[in-house]
Design a protein around this ligand. Structure first.
Ligand SMILES: O=P(O)(O)OC[C@H]1O[C@@H](O)[C@H](O)[C@@H](O)[C@@H]1O
Length: 254
């Protein structure tokens, strides 16, 4: 069925980097925030400034995870531990919340300036699933998910959205834990072994593996196919267009 084993009946998509071209915007916003912070730390301590690597550091510590987890994980990789703070901390406060607030303002500004482009292959795939009446969910760690879906013009294509706002409200642990994907499968009333997860992040394919999903599609936008497989992808494609065979054609969305 659309490039996946026949027992797959439900389709669960990550947002940033799978449906929309926003993973690189997030990576740039994280770099902007962490580099300002690390520069200030280097001045304060007299130690060398080592910038945030938007590929290696982003993939290993930030990509796919909820915002506060991303901040904490990267700082821990540099041996830095900050107080947690509160959501009321002004952006730039030397706390996990204060740094995360700066990153959010930056990503929102970048998104407003650049707009949001969906991946055409993903839009085509979604339209084909809709024509076939197959259930679809978005499962994103982002608290900005609904706005990004709307800005990309694809907000009407899903039966269920589990995003950073829902996860916080329902107390669901973020990726790489499987809980948000499991919640989406439950909402679609499909057991995980009959559902497919689509992910570009290492933390995301790890969620798919941990949840026992029937297929974990690693979407390799940046040349990390081997790492996606190692972390749990059962299939790796560069774009969802590769999954659309010549015999599955419909006119809608193509
Ligand atoms: O800061 P937000 O918009 O709530 O998003 C949290 C995370 O959401 C994920 O979808 C992205 O892969 C991460 O890069 C991002 O940091």
């Amino acid at each position: 069925m659309l490039g996946l084993p026949d027992h797959i009946r439900a389709f669960l998509f990550d947002l940033d980097g799978v449906l929309t071209q926003t993973a690189k915007v997030h990576a740039a916003a994280w770099k902007d925030m962490f580099d300002s912070f690390l520069r200030a730390e280097a001045e304060r301590t007299g130690e060398e400034f080592v910038p945030f690597d938007p590929v290696e550091d982003y993939d290993a510590y930030v990509d796919g995870r909820p915002r506060l987890d991303g901040t904490r994980e990267f700082l821990a990789s540099r041996g830095i531990r900050l107080p947690e703070g509160t959501p009321a901390d002004p952006p730039g406060t030397r706390t996990v919340q204060g740094l995360s607030a700066v990153k959010n303002l930056t990503v929102l500004r970048m998104i407003q300036e650049q707009g949001v482009q969906p991946y055409p292959g993903s839009v085509d795939y979604l339209h084909r699933l809709r024509v076939l009446g197959l259930p679809r969910a978005v499962v994103s760690s982002s608290a900005n998910c609904r706005d990004v879906l709307r800005a990309a013009g694809i907000d009407g294509l899903f039966d269920v959205v589990i995003d950073g706002v829902v996860a916080k409200r329902e107390n669901l642990p973020g990726k790489p834990a499987p809980d948000t994907y499991l919640a989406a499968a439950r909402a679609l009333r499909v057991p995980p072994e009959h559902a497919a997860v689509f992910e570009d992040a290492l933390a995301g394919v790890a969620s798919g593996r941990a949840g026992g999903f029937g297929a974990v599609v690693g979407v390799d936008r940046v040349g990390q196919a081997d790492a996606l497989r190692e972390h749990g992808a059962t299939i790796v494609v560069k774009d969802l267009a590769e999954l659309i065979g010549p015999d599955t054609g419909t006119d809608e969305g193509s």
